[in-house]
Each structure stands twice: as C-alpha cells, then as structure tokens.
Design a protein around this ligand. Structure first.
Ligand code: EPZ
Length: 422
C-alpha cells in the first residue's frame, strides 16, 4: 500500500487543471445499459473507481474502451450477455448499484448484489428499491442480492423520495426514461451530477424536464440512441484544491473551475477570508493576509455545503483564528479524519454529528492514516501547512477520487511525493 509524504512549507502558487467529475462519470457510465447504441464520454477522470465501473460493465457484456489516456470512454451495450452484478465487484464500490435501474428498464430483469456499507456509514439502498418499485418493479432480496423483474416493462408513476438521495434519484431517473408513460420524481436530488446525467440522457433521446430542481418529470420513450457527452467538471476536486492556497497562503488558479458548482462553498471561503475570483480559464484563489477566520459549517444536499468537502474544510479550520462548529448532516460517521488531524496537533472535539474545531497557529507533521476518500485528501491539505513531514498511509483511498494528486500539488510548489510500498 503506497503512502504520500508531504513536507509542510511555504505558500503555493501556480495552476491546477480540474478533471471531470468522478460522481458524474459513475452514473453516466451505467447509462450505456439503456441503449444498444454507442455512448462516448469525454473529459472522463482517470481514477480507480472508473476502472472498477469499467470492470463491472464489462462483466455484464458491455464493451468499454478507454481512449486518449483514459480521458475518453467509448461504451457500447449492444450485446449484454449477463444480467447479474456480482458481489466481488459491487463490494468495491457502492456506485455499482447504479446498474440496477438501467438493466431493469432495458432487459426487464437484473440481479445485483447489495453494495454493503462503507467507512462513512451503513449507506443502505432502500430508497433506490422503493423508487424502482414505484415504477412497477418486482424486487426480492435473496442471499445478499436484489432480484429485480419488470414484467412487460416499467410503468411511469409519481414518486416522492422520503429524503434527498443522489444515487436513488440517478437510479430511478435512468429507469424512468424507458418506462411506459410519465414519471414525476419529487424531492429529487439537485446535484450538478444529476443535471449532467439528465443532459446526457436527453442527448440519447430521453424526454426529461426539471432536472436541477427537486421535481423531475420524465416522459418514457421506447428506446434510446447513442450520444457523445462531456463529463461535467468535478466540483469536489475543485473545492479540494481551492483549499490548498487557502491553507498555505499564496495564489492558485483552478483551470476549468466554475463558481456555480461551488457557490455555497465559496460563501464560506469568503467568510473565512479567502479570495475567489473568476478568470477566463477558471477560478483564482488566494488567501488574504494572515490566518483564516473560523466559520460554522452544516452539510446539506445541493445547493447547500457539500458533505464531500467537509473533511477538507475541517483541515483548513484547524489552522483558523477562533472556534468553528461543523455539523455533518448527511452521513452518520464522517469525522474519521478528526483523530488523525488531532495527531497533527489540531484541537477538535467530536460529539455525534458535530465537531468543534479551535484553530491552532501551526499543525505539526506526523504519520497519519487515510480512512476514506475525502478524509485522505484532508490529511494531505493539513500536511501542506504543517511543520515538518506528514506521511499519509493507505492512499488507495485517495486514488479512488483524485488523479495524480502529487503531480497537481507538486506543480504549485508543494513538497509532496508518493512512497511506494515495499
Ligand atoms: C453520492 O453518494 C456520492 N457518491 C457521495 O460521494 C456523496 O457524499 C453523496 O452522494 C451525497 O452527496 C456518488 O455519487 C458515487 P445519497 P450516495 O444517496 O448516492 C442515505 C464521495 O466522496 N441513504 O445522497 O450514496 C445515505 O446513507 C462520495 O465521492 C439511505 O438511507 O448518497 C446517506 O446517509 C461519498 N437510503 C444519505 O441518505 C438510500 O437508499 C445521502 O445518501 C440511499 C441513501
């Protein structure tokens, strides 16, 4: 297992290109199952999660080719020959459950392993299943698998999600595109990744309105065609790297950054004393003089403050002037980075879903352990500002969601290197 060694130092300056969104790509790829025509995704990120989804789709008989160094994915589900998504692949990545809706809609049958939980929570899929049942799916849970059937075809319906779920919205939205009649999804997720998926499905011939609002209306069609679609910019990678100059000082331009994708996040950066300017090529971020100020954070579904930036923001607030209160409202166990940051001298008090962070002048480098994707990168951010060396172990978590992190930060002057495991 590789580690990443960060040596804290001075201010960063330079530019970082932002890749296509992991969480958009992981729902755009299964959309190929809805059609027997080719789907081409450009601006795809080069991440291990994308490789996992590729393996899963190929196990179903889909063709997935990675072109131009992984930035273009050519997919085709012309010859699906297996409708069972096995546990040994699904357990590696929860987003695997997103093949269920498309398979069911296209083939009328699917057997998909339940994904199981992960470090940040139990993460059940009950909302996915209830949404598909609302479209007429017959589901049976057996031996850890969902056995799903849609005799005839799925039928359009009005369905209100009991609470906002990104994945459930994506699964049911994809299934509804081939259902007979009209589907209205209420309390739907509004994330940019949902909008990106809807826009790709519309290019494939789907009839969708209201995406990006909490009510999405879909008119089912008999079949979908092919499309070429550019994956939307990764707002979580963007926000993560915006925090690099914020925590070290200096100025960094994030190429491809879009302020509309991170509006709530930018509001908090502004309150903390970080300057964000729109440029012709993206966003330029710099820290005004001295330490940032404490701010309070509550994670919410989009357009609120994203849970996927909570760990990274905590790293910044560990060095702020004053005490910040962070409330994690989306996942039940998403403060595992706190004990690691405390090892670096941070002053954090966690009770349930609330963390109180009192900033310190300087963090101290230490050996720390990554526990999940976003926690791992928060430790790297902390290491950039800490005195001395920080060795982050188990960076396979990191490679799931961040391509070439040491290259991107190293290009801005960070002292960071990957330490290959013996
Ligand atoms: C997506 O996960 C993202 N993953 C997550 O990003 C992100 O944190 C999350 O949305 C929230 O924005 C992908 O897009 C691949 P949810 P998802 O369904 O769809 C509960 C990252 O770091 N819930 O919106 O799984 C669930 O347990 C990852 O890139 C149910 O109870 O999130 C959670 O507490 C981490 N039953 C809450 O709802 C369900 O059927 C929100 O989950 C579904 C969800």
């Amino acid at each position: 297992m590789d580690s990443i060694l960060v040596t804290g130092g001075g201010a960063l300056s330079g530019e970082i290109p932002i890749a296509g969104a992991k969480n958009a790509c992981l729902t755009l790829m299964p959309a190929t199952l809805l059609s027997d025509q080719p789907l081409t995704l450009t601006n795809a990120p080069r991440l291990s999660d994308i490789a996992t989804m590729t393996t899963l789709l190929q196990s179903l008989g889909a063709e997935v080719s990675s072109l131009q160094g992984g930035q273009v994915l050519a997919l085709s589900s012309h010859d699906l020959n297996n409708l069972r998504a096995d546990y040994d692949i699904v357990r590696k990545m929860r987003a695997s459950i997103l093949v269920l809706g498309p398979l069911l809609a296209r083939e009328g049958h699917a057997v998909v392993s339940l994904p199981g939980g992960c470090a940040i929570g139990a993460r059940p899929v009950d909302l996915h299943l209830k949404g598909l049942e609302a479209l007429g799916a017959k589901l049976e849970l057996k031996d850890g698998y969902v056995h799903a059937d849609a005799p005839g075809s799925l039928k359009g319906a009005t369905h209100k999600f009991p609470f906002v779920s990104v994945g459930a919205t994506e699964n049911v939205l994809m299934a509804a595109t081939l259902a007979r009649g009209t589907t209205v999804l209420k309390n739907a997720a509004r994330e940019p990744e949902i909008v990106d998926l809807a826009e790709c499905l519309i290019r494939m011939g789907a009839q969708i309105e209201g995406h990006g609002t909490s009510t999405i209306t879909i008119e089912g069609v008999d079949r979908l065609g092919g499309a070429t679609h550019a994956v939307v910019t990764d707002r979580i990678e963007l926000g993560t790297y915006m925090l690099a100059p914020a925590i070290t000082g200096g100025t960094v331009e994030l190429l491809g950054g879009r302020i509309d994708l991170v509006a709530a996040f930018c509001e908090k950066l502004d309150q903390a004393g970080v300057t964000v300017e729109e440029t012709a090529r993206g966003l330029r971020v710099s820290r005004k003089n001295g330490r940032v100020s404490a701010v309070d954070i509550t994670t919410e579904p989009f357009p609120g403050f994203p849970t996927d930036l909570q760990a990274q923001m905590m790293a910044l607030l560990c060095t702020a002037e004053g005490t910040s209160v962070l409330e994690e409202k989306i996942f039940e166990n998403r403060f595992m980075h706190a004990p690691e940051l405390i090892r670096m001298g941070a002053n954090i008090d966690v009770h349930g879903g609330t963390a109180r962070v009192t900033g310190v002048e300087r963090l101290r480098g230490a050996p720390v352990m990554a526990t999940d994707l976003r926690a791992s990168v928060s430790l790297i951010l902390a290491g950039l500002a800490a005195e001395g060396e920080t060795l982050v172990s188990r960076v396979y978590h990191l490679d799931r969601g961040y391509e070439r992190v040491e290259e991107k930060l190293g290009a801005c002057g960070a002292k960071i290197e990957r330490v290959k495991s013996q």
